[in-house]
Ligand binder design. Structure first.
Ligand SMILES: C[S@@+](CC[C@H](N)C(=O)[O-])C[C@H]1O[C@@H](n2cnc3c(N)ncnc32)[C@H](O)[C@@H]1O
Length: 284
């Protein structure tokens, strides 16, 4: 029987999938970043021309694009462990003509070469729980966020409370292989709690200067067919070892399972799956 659990989106997964990451994400990380970066707490630490922002575990630069749309000249560092992600980030920087943007392949657990207290804002959008091989990684990342944030600065850290789309992936797996336990990411249950995120930030050094909010994000596409096609981007992880014939049956089955999700919705010109996130704000 195939292995049924594995680490969630490690940097090597993201490295291989840097080109289709945004298609797979289907705006889910963007939807939460938009809420976080317009929250009154974040806005009480205004981005000014002298700000310096770390897009931590930046991926393809979803957070950077939101920041640049507001403050085109602000200085940003995009940092990610996956070289493929940084390559895509650099291409986007050039394509968008972003000024004052640097990028760096670096581990969020140890931000080598980054001095203490240099940033006014540190945004870690779904980067805290991205690697599960190292169960100590989350506290290491949180401590580095605290270290590189300057006095008077704010950090934003997001995590998932409810992914929901994984239920459809698992249900589709069971339809195709009824006797096999579906693949699941090896994520400790407590990582989905708001109290856990708060503790990570408190223990990292922020003490009582922390707030955590529950928000609703959404994975979305123009049609159900497109959404399923985007989700099939994870097939080499969720349906590893499936035959070509089994994979060819998946889209139709997955479509049905997505439509049956309680979190599925159709709004105006789009279809989507609601996802719930925690947004942590911590300040120095
Ligand atoms: C879920 S993606 C989030 C990307 C982006 N922040 C967004 O909002 O869409 C997680 C990112 O964390 C990166 N990552 C995983 N482990 C890392 C580590 N130890 N240090 C730095 N980046 C890491 C992955 O390469 C990936 O780009």
């Amino acid at each position: 029987m195939a292995s049924t659990t594995a680490s969630t989106g490690s940097s090597s997964f993201h490295n291989t999938h840097s080109n289709n990451y945004e298609k797979m994400a289907s705006n889910c990380t963007l939807s939460v970043a938009k809420i976080a970066l317009t929250d009154p707490i974040f806005n009480s630490f205004p981005i000014t021309p002298s700000s310096y922002i770390l897009d931590n575990a930046c991926g393809t630069g979803i957070v950077t694009s939101l920041i640049k749309s507001r403050q085109p000249n602000v200085r940003v560092l995009g940092a990610d462990l996956a070289p493929g992600m940084i390559e895509t980030y650099k291409e986007k920087t050039a394509r968008q003509g972003w000024e004052n943007v640097e990028s760096k392949v670096v581990d969020s657990r140890k931000l080598e070469g980054v001095e203490d207290g240099v940033f006014s804002h540190v945004v870690t959008n779904f980067g805290l729980t991205s690697g599960t091989e190292d169960k100590e990684s989350t506290q290491k990342i949180a401590k580095e966020i605290w270290r590189v944030l300057g006095d008077g600065g704010v950090a934003v850290v997001t995590t998932w409370a409810e992914r929901n789309f994984t239920d459809a992936l698992a249900a589709a797996a069971l339809s195709i292989r009824p006797t096999e336990k579906p693949f699941a990411w090896d994520i400790p249950d407590e990582w989905a709690r708001g109290s856990w995120l708060m503790k990570q930030l408190e223990d990292a050094g922020f003490g009582n200067c922390v707030t955590v909010k529950r928000v609703e994000g959404r994975m979305e596409a123009a049609s159900l067919e497109e959404l399923v096609d985007n989700m099939m981007g994870v097939k080499d992880v969720f349906y590893k070892g499936y035959s070509e014939e089994e994979v060819s049956r998946l889209p139709a089955v997955l479509k049905e399972k997505v439509r049956n999700l309680k979190a599925y919705d159709e709004i105006e010109e789009s279809v989507g799956i609601k996802m719930v996130a925690w947004v942590g704000f911590a300040w120095k």
